[in-house]
Ligand binder design. Structure first.
Ligand SMILES: Nc1ncnc2c1ncn2[C@@H]1O[C@H](COP(=O)(O)OP(=O)(O)O)[C@@H](O)[C@H]1O
Ligand SMILES: [Mg+2]
Length: 324
């Protein structure tokens, strides 16, 4: 169920940051679900909170949404402290919770009409269905909708009060690639309309495609925060040369040149390199030795590699202080 909100507040132009989180901690006993994190979300941007299960994404989002109380630290939404002005904050945000559901045997249109009444909104239901590409499903019962359609209805529900900030907690988890892309189109539409979007996800592809800013969270801590392009530049400076179906003897040869080849299965070798000159040296050595080579691929790093590198560097959840 979505977070109940009351009447729509008049829309106030806001040029300041949408969200400021300062030294936020959330503990359960001595377990630090969110451990001293700080970040700012700019108005109008898509901000992705990217991390594995249990990293603290929902906890952080729900503190910002006023649902959970912080243990310490401060959070402001549109300049308002989330612990002191809960009612004012919730009027200006929309929330798609993780695992959104609605009443089974009412239609898409009836769901939206109902939630509009609950939230005291005079939302244009047809416009909401257009925005989420649900118009031709308006008479479909909730329990007949596919996962992707349910999520799009959830997004429409989050929009009934015309919020300035929309929180979407893992909107595409469990969806097939086609349905995922349709949700992405809806998210792009929100951004075009100037909404600030706070998106939690564990899909790097999603963060890389949609986000202006990505914060990578692992074990309750932010391990990196920047634009997707700068994150990949900063944290994975190496290119990767993949040598396909190569003679296994090549590994020793490449090591002798000072590189660290990684066996990838199927007789493929992956070699982290820094410059095109490195690629040239390796290929030349292979050619001179007469070893068989089936094919090759040179790739710049992507966000997935940054993510894997950063989340494997931070201590495992079990290593943190869980004692009560
Ligand atoms: N109410 C709670 N009581 C105790 N532990 C909790 C509670 N809520 C969340 N946690 C724990 O906090 C950590 C972060 O949870 P969560 O924010 O839901 O992660 P994510 O959304 O990134 O998957 C997890 O280890 C989770 O089990
Ligand atoms: Mg979650």
């Amino acid at each position: 169920m979505p977070v109940p909100r009351q009447r729509s507040a008049p829309s106030v132009p806001d040029t300041g940051p949408a969200i400021v989180v300062d030294r936020l901690c959330k503990r359960y006993g001595a377990f630090r679900a969110v451990d001293d994190i700080s970040f700012t979300v700019r108005s109008g941007e898509v901000f992705a909170f990217l991390g594995p299960n249990g990293a603290g994404k929902s906890t952080t989002a729900e503190v910002i949404e006023t649902i959970r109380a912080p243990t310490s630290g401060t959070v402001t939404v549109l300049g308002m402290d989330v612990t002191k002005r809960k009612a004012d904050v919730v009027r200006r945000i929309g929330v798609l919770p993780q695992n959104f559901s609605s009443f089974d045997r009412i239609t898409v249109r009836e769901s939206l009409q109902y939630y509009a009444r609950v939230f005291g909104s005079r939302a244009d239901i047809d416009a909401l269905m257009d925005l989420t590409n649900l118009r031709d499903k308006s008479a479909a019962l909730f329990n007949t909708l596919s996962g992707g359609l349910k999520q799009r209805l959830g997004i429409a529900v989050a929009l009934v009060c015309d919020p300035e900030i929309v929180f979407l907690d893992e909107p595409t988890t469990g969806l097939d690639p086609h349905a995922r892309r349709q949700v992405w189109e809806v998210l792009k539409g929100l951004k075009r309309r100037g909404k600030t979007v706070f998106l939690t996800t564990h899909y790097m592809e999603e963060a890389e495609l949609l986000a202006d800013t990505v914060a990578i969270i692992s074990n309750g801590r932010i391990v990196a925060i920047d634009s997707p392009a700068r994150l990949t530049e900063k944290h994975a400076e190496q290119m990767r040369l993949t040598l396909k179906s190569i003679d296994p003897a090549a590994a020793g040869l490449i090591r002798n040149l000072g590189f660290s080849p990684i066996p990838m299965g199927d007789d493929d070798l992956c070699v982290p390199v820094k410059t095109p000159g490195d690629v040239h040296r390796i290929l030349e050595a292979i050619q001179r030795s007469g070893l068989a080579l089936g094919g090759l691929d040179v790739r710049k790093p992507n966000l997935e590699e940054v993510f894997l590198k950063l989340t494997s560097e931070s201590p495992a959840a079990g290593d943190r202080d869980r004692a009560a």
